[in-house]
Design a protein around this ligand. Structure first.
Ligand SMILES: N[C@@H](CCC(=O)N[C@@H](CS)C(=O)NCC(=O)O)C(=O)O
Length: 316
């Protein structure tokens, strides 16, 4: 039985993220098992979670929030109890009102499921099965397979001509930044923490440099999935990762003017702000990870106004 209570670390004290369990694909093809249909799929997300947040951003950017429903799990993840993400009065499972935990949804696929129960989950209401619980794959499906139903079918966040550059950047940003902040925060040895800290800030320096010359990370004119994937981490950086995960060499809002403008620009795109709840984000991290913040006290600062003009129009 897997340890589902604590973040997993290896003998060197390095945080190891688990392998995602369910990897089916929705395809806009007549023979596909999972076809893109309106009101067939549901996303389970946590507002705090940067991986789940990617999928909500895609719903908004593609104009799919009338086609795919979503609901949020409870703010706190009570690691010590080992039950994982919970539903509650304020956060019910709209499709299974008797379910108390997200693991009940996982058990619909595998009654004996004993792996990690993570968000996001893309769930098929028709077969009552999880289609996929890997955010990087869910966002690809939302980008390309629902275009007949999307309000913005022409927006392509993973265009053929940019794919190799997107993949190349993602391969750096995922270990060094997206997962890098977790590697710093959950490290159980000084060396593991030091390595993660170096990775995080070397990646931020690289991204700041790119964004000083062009509007988005891959292309000057067009937002891509590489921007979305970096953004959900960048948004949480100052409010959470600087203190909670000890990534405190620099702050985005003070030391990285281009990253800060980029965070504000994406925040200000139609519909995106609605997916951001900074109070929930802070409460989740500081009050759930009691192994690194035993008092559960939530810092009040920093005060950042993501509505300030982003000042990036001149780059187009
Ligand atoms: N590879 C997954 C990772 C998802 C993930 O780790 N989600 C975290 C929340 S930020 C989670 O649900 N953790 C619960 C646990 O590990 O018990 C993805 O990108 O979708």
């Amino acid at each position: 039985m897997a340890d589902t209570k604590n973040p997993i670390t290896n003998v060197k004290g390095e945080f190891i993220r688990g392998v995602t369990a369910f990897r089916n694909w929705i395809k806009d093809e007549p023979s596909a098992e999972y076809q893109p249909e309106a009101n067939r799929y549901h996303l389970y997300v946590a507002l705090a979670c940067p991986w789940a947040h990617r999928t909500l951003v895609l719903l908004k950017l593609k104009g799919l929030d009338h086609v795919i429903s979503y609901s949020t799990v409870d703010t706190l993840l009570e690691f010590e109890k080992g039950c994982g993400w919970a539903f509650g009065e304020k956060y019910p499972d709209p499709h299974h009102p008797t379910f108390t935990h997200l693991k009940d949804v996982y058990k619909l696929n595998e009654p004996d499921y004993s792996g990690r129960v993570t968000v996001p989950v893309l769930f098929d209401l028709k077969t009552q099965k999880i289609v996929n619980n890997e955010s990087s794959e869910i966002i690809r499906m939302l980008n390309s397979e629902f275009n007949k139903l999307a309000r913005h079918p022409d927006l392509d966040l993973y265009p053929e001509s940019l794919r190799s550059r997107i993949d190349e950047l993602n391969e750096q940003v995922y270990p060094k930044l997206n997962n890098g902040v977790y590697r710093a925060g959950f490290a159980k040895s000084q060396e593991a923490y030091n390595n993660a800290y170096e990775d995080v800030f070397s990646m931020l320096d690289i991204l700041e440099n790119i964004l000083s010359k062009q509007r988005y990370l891959i292309d000057n004119k067009q937002i891509t999935e590489a921007d979305v994937r970096a953004w959900t981490t960048l948004l949480r950086f100052d409010p959470v990762y600087v203190t909670h995960f000890k990534c405190n060499k620099k702050m985005i809002s003070k030391d990285y003017p281009n990253l800060y403008g980029f965070v504000r620009e994406i925040y200000q795109i139609d519909g995106i702000k609605e997916t951001v709840n900074l109070d929930e984000i802070k409460k989740h991290y500081f009050a759930s990870h009691l192994m690194i913040n035993p008092t559960g006290i939530i810092p009040r600062g920093p005060e950042i106004n993501y509505d300030l003009p982003h000042g990036r129009d001149h780059l187009q």
